[in-house]
Design a protein around this ligand. Structure first.
Ligand code: ADP
Length: 385
């Protein structure tokens, strides 16, 4: 049997190295002479095989001014491996100097006494990967910039919308206040004509509704520009509920608005704003129920808060709509609600007011049977009373 030669010739060594997927080269002497390089390495440099046997800086002159030759000399001097990931290097590609990225290793090969006598250089071209990563990063940055720009635009648009709502509301309020004053003047004239008296009463009612609506719009714009502040004082909650109920009984004489007060419940809150929440909940209970239906208001103390609930026997709310009720401009869209006017801001404002009081507001409903709206606000603390 033929025995194999145990010493590889240079050509055989080159053949073995050329099978390696990594670009490989071997350098010797302090002048970093290319002892051997496989095709992959030669193509990285953009040269041909004639460079073998030449010092690296002569063979690949574009490496001058780049740190690699000094790094190789250093490896030979210190005997310490040098490696790096995705390092940029200027190399000749298609006749042009181009930046490519390499992951490389310069490994010193030492003799028995530990002195390095050559360097094994392996490298892989990771330019495509680096470029892909850069492209992804750039797209992300662009998207972020776009998102930010979009956000600024929507904040600005929101601001303009709020300014507009606020301006229109102010403009509408002024003539309405005058109309209301004229009506009151006419009503004070002890009119004999019953029709006129009744009609004036109805006009006044509509004016009040419109006025409440305009105020709600104004409050939305104030709230969104952070202008709403609580005007806190101590008061009896049940007294406020009674006042609101008395008022609403006049507006909705056909409905039965029931409220029984048992004990005084002192809270430290913004009286007008809490009154507007109660008024809104009762008005909704009437609005979304049949004429003549009953609305029940209850208030009770539980632990250190008061709990108010407004229960109706109206159209009810489907479970999937319940969680959206307190969103700005949300209205349930159904055949029944189509004919009932509203803007979907009452509950939004109510929730904001209750939240400002560190309270909670929520709704429960049995669709087709009725709903109850609840809120809790803290009782006046003993040291506040
Ligand atoms: P608006 O009544 O002006 O539309 P709200 O913010 O007060 O605005 O209410 C939001 C929506 O919640 C209403 O459009 C209505 O669909 C629903 N809703 C509120 N209260 C009730 C209720 N008591 N019964 C049934 N649906 C209600």
């Amino acid at each position: 049997m033929e025995s194999y030669s145990r010493v590889l010739s240079n050509d055989q060594l080159l053949e073995v190295l050329s099978l390696s997927k990594d670009a490989t080269a071997i350098y010797t002497s302090e002048h970093i002479v290319i002892e051997m390089a496989n095709d992959a390495m030669i193509s990285f440099w953009g040269k041909d095989r004639s460079i073998i046997g030449k010092p690296l800086e002569d063979a690949v002159p574009e490496l001058k001014g780049q740190p690699f030759i000094n790094m190789l000399k250093n490896v030979l001097l210190t005997g310490v491996t040098d490696k790096g990931d995705a390092i940029p290097a200027e190399t000749m590609r298609d006749g042009k100097l181009q930046t490519a990225y390499y992951t490389y290793e310069y490994r010193p090969i030492k003799d028995e006494s530990g002195i390095p006598y050559c360097i094994l250089h392996t490298a892989s071209d990771v330019t495509d990967m680096v470029k892909a990563k850069k492209a992804i990063k750039e797209t992300e940055l662009q998207r972020e910039a776009l998102d930010q720009e979009q956000m600024l635009i929507s904040i600005k648009e929101e601001q303009q919308k709020n300014d507009f709502i606020s301006m229109v509301s102010h403009e509408l309020k002024t003539p309405l206040t005058s109309i209301s004053a004229y009506i009151q003047l006419m009503q004070s004239r002890n009119l004999a004509d019953l029709f006129v008296v009744n009609t004036l009463g109805k006009v006044q009612k509509q004016i009040r509704k419109m006025s409440t609506l305009i105020s709600s719009f104004l409050n939305v714009s104030r709230l969104e520009s952070g202008e709403i502040q609580l005007n806190l004082s101590h008061f009896d909650l049940d007294k406020v509920i009674l006042d609101v109920v008395d008022d609403l009984r006049l507006i909705y004489p056909a409905n039965h608005i029931n409220f029984e007060s048992h004990i005084a419940k002192s809270i430290y809150a913004d009286k007008d704003k809490i009154a507007s929440v109660i008024s809104n909940l009762i008005s909704n209970a009437v609005k979304y129920s049949d004429l003549n239906s009953t609305v029940l208001i209850q208030s009770e103390i539980s632990e250190n808060e008061v709990h108010v609930s407004v229960t109706d026997h109206g159209i009810g709310i489907e479970p999937h709509d319940l969680e959206k009720l307190f969103d700005r401009f949300f209205r349930v869209s159904s055949q029944q609600t189509k004919t009932i006017s509203g803007f979907g801001i009452g509950l939004y404002l109510s929730a904001e007011i209750i939240n400002l009081h560190q309270g909670r507001i929520w709704a429960e409903s049995d669709y087709g049977v009725g709903s109850s709206f609840h809120f809790c606000v803290p009782l006046a603390q003993a040291d506040n009373v």
